[in-house]
Design a protein around this ligand. Structure first.
Ligand code: ATP
Length: 406
C-alpha cells in the first residue's frame, strides 16, 4: 500500500510494538497519525484504537515493552509512556449526542463505528497493526482521496450541529493542509453557523480548539476562513477575525517575547474588549493568561499613538513597565515605531538600581512612601543617563528622600 506498511514499520519502537501484540485484541493506528503518515509527516505520538479493553491492552503492552501506564477515567483510555513513541490507547466506540454541542455519550463498538464518529474523512482512517492486518489501510469514507485532493469533508450532514467545535477544526485543517472545505461541507458549515450552533459549545471546548487554531503556523489563513464563514461573529457578535492583524501580531510576538497565541487572542477581542470580557472569562484561561490577553487588547493599540522614536527612556519605562509582552506586540502591530519598543525590551525592562531601600534606611532615612518615590525617581534618572554607579545613585536617592532640591 504505497509504502504505508514500511512507513509504519519505520516508526521508532514499532518492530518491538508489533512483536508485543500477540494475544491482544485487534489494534489499529487511527486519526491524525494515519493522515500524517500518508502525507509523509512524522507523528510524535500514536493514537491506537483497540477493539477490546484498551486499559488492559495498555497494561499488557507496558509489561512487555517496559513502559508506564497512565489511565484516564473518560472513555476507557490509557497512555503508555516511556517508549520511543508515546501510545494513546482507546477502546473503539460509538458516540451519540444527547444535545447539540454537549460531549457525546459513548459505548464500545467496532472499528467501523469508531471511524464513523470522527470529524473529517481524512481523520477517519486506520491502519491495522495486528497479524495479517498489519499495514492495511482502513479507509471507509474516502479520506485518502480527500487528503490528496485537498478537501475537508464531514462524514454526515449533522456533523457540525452535533459538535460545532468541528467548525474550528475544519478551518484549522484547511489552513494547515492547504485544503478547502468540500462544497457540500461548506454549505453545512454555513447552515450550522447561521443556525447559531457555535453558541451551544462550552467556553472551555472553544478555548481548546481556538488555541490549537491560533497555534498553527497558518493561523492567519484559518482566521480568514473564520471571517468568510462568519464563524467569528457566531462565537460572539463582537469577535473579529482579522487575518492581517493576527499575522502582524504573531510576527511582532517574536520580537517582544509575547506568547503568539495570547497575542492573537487579544487581536480577536480587540474590536470591543469591554463587550468581550465575559466571553474571555468563559474560556477559563489561567488568571495570568486572561489578564495578559485583556490588557494587551485594551492598551496595545493605544500605545502605538504615544510611543515615538528616541523618546526619553524614563518616559518609555513609565509607559511600558506594567504592560505584558503581548501588549507590546499589539502596539507594534498597530504601527508603533520599533525603536522605543525594542529599546525598552533590550535596555529598560530589566533595569535595576544598585541601591535599595535598605541602603537608604541604613543611612538614616525613615521608611515611608517618599522613600519608594525617591528610588523610582533615581531609577528614571539613571535610565536617562543622569546618574551612574552606586555612589551617585545613593547620593541622589538620599537627596530626593530627604526632600532636598533634586
Ligand atoms: P493534530 O495534528 O491537530 O493533533 P489529530 O488528528 O491528532 O491532529 P486530535 O485533536 O488529537 O487531532 O484528535 C485525534 C482524532 O480524534 C482526530 O484525528 C479525529 O479522528 C478525532 N477527533 C478529534 N476531535 C474530534 C471531534 N470534535 N469530532 C470528531 N472526531 C474528533
Amino acid at each position: 500500500m504505497d509504502g504505508l506498511r514500511e512507513r509504519i514499520e519505520a516508526l521508532p519502537g514499532m518492530p518491538e510494538l508489533l512483536g508485543a501484540l500477540d494475544g491482544l485484541p485487534p489494534v489499529y493506528v487511527v486519526g491524525g497519525a494515519v493522515r500524517d503518515l500518508l502525507r509523509g509527516a512524522q507523528p510524535l505520538d500514536l493514537d491506537v484504537a483497540v477493539e477490546g479493553d484498551a486499559p488492559e491492552a495498555a497494561r499488557a503492552l507496558a509489561g512487555r515493552l517496559g513502559g508506564e501506564v497512565v489511565e484516564h477515567d473518560r472513555f476507557g483510555t490509557a497512555t503508555v509512556t516511556g517508549l520511543p513513541l508515546e501510545l494513546n490507547l482507546a477502546t473503539t466506540r460509538r458516540e451519540s449526542y444527547a444535545a447539540p454541542g454537549a460531549l457525546p455519550d459513548v459505548e464500545p463498538a467496532g472499528l467501523a463505528e469508531d471511524l464513523g464518529r470522527r470529524d473529517f474523512t481524512f481523520n477517519a482512517m486506520a491502519v491495522g497493526l495486528s497479524g495479517p492486518d498489519a499495514g492495511v489501510l482502513h479507509d471507509p469514507h474516502g479520506g485518502r482521496a480527500d487528503l490528496d485532493a485537498g478537501l475537508v469533508r464531514v462524514l454526515h450532514d449533522q456533523s457540525f450541529i452535533d459538535d460545532p467545535t468541528r467548525l474550528l477544526r475544519a478551518v484549522r485543517y484547511a489552513a494547515r493542509l492547504g485544503a478547502e472545505l468540500e462544497p457540500h461541507t461548506d454549505d453545512l458549515a454555513r447552515a450550522a453557523i447561521a443556525a447559531g450552533a457555535p453558541a451551544t459549545v462550552s467556553g472551555k471546548r472553544v478555548r481548546d480548539e481556538l488555541i490549537d487554531l491560533l497555534a498553527e503556523h497558518e493561523a492567519p489563513t484559518a482566521l480568514k476562513s473564520m471571517r468568510t464563514l462568519q464563524l467569528d461573529r457566531a462565537l460572539h457578535p463582537a469577535l473579529e477575525a482579522d487575518p492581517e492583524r493576527a499575522s502582524s501580531v504573531m510576527l511582532a510576538a517574536g520580537e517582544t517575547g509575547a506568547d503568539p497565541v495570547l497575542a492573537a487572542l487579544a487581536v480577536l477581542i480587540g474590536g470591543d474588549p469591554a463587550a468581550l470580557g465575559s466571553w474571555l472569562d468563559g474560556l477559563a484561561l489561567s488568571r495570568d493568561e486572561r489578564d495578559r490577553v485583556a490588557r494587551a487588547a485594551v492598551s496595545g493599540p493605544g500605545l502605538a499613538g504615544v510611543l515615538f522614536t528616541e523618546m526619553p527612556s524614563s518616559e518609555l519605562y513609565d509607559l511600558l513597565r506594567r504592560e505584558p509582552p503581548e501588549a507590546l506586540a499589539l502596539a507594534l502591530a498597530s504601527g508603533a515605531p520599533g525603536e522605543p519598543v525594542l529599546r525598552y525590551i533590550a535596555d529598560l525592562a530589566g533595569a535595576r538600581l544598585a541601591v535599595t531601600g535598605d541602603d537608604l534606611i541604613a543611612a538614616g532615612v525613615r521608611p515611608s512612601p517618599a522613600l519608594g518615590r525617591a528610588l523610582e525617581e533615581t531609577l528614571r534618572r539613571k535610565l536617562d543617563g543622569q546618574v551612574s554607579g552606586r555612589d551617585e545613585e545613593l547620593a541622589l536617592a538620599l537627596e530626593l528622600a530627604r526632600g532636598a532640591p533634586g
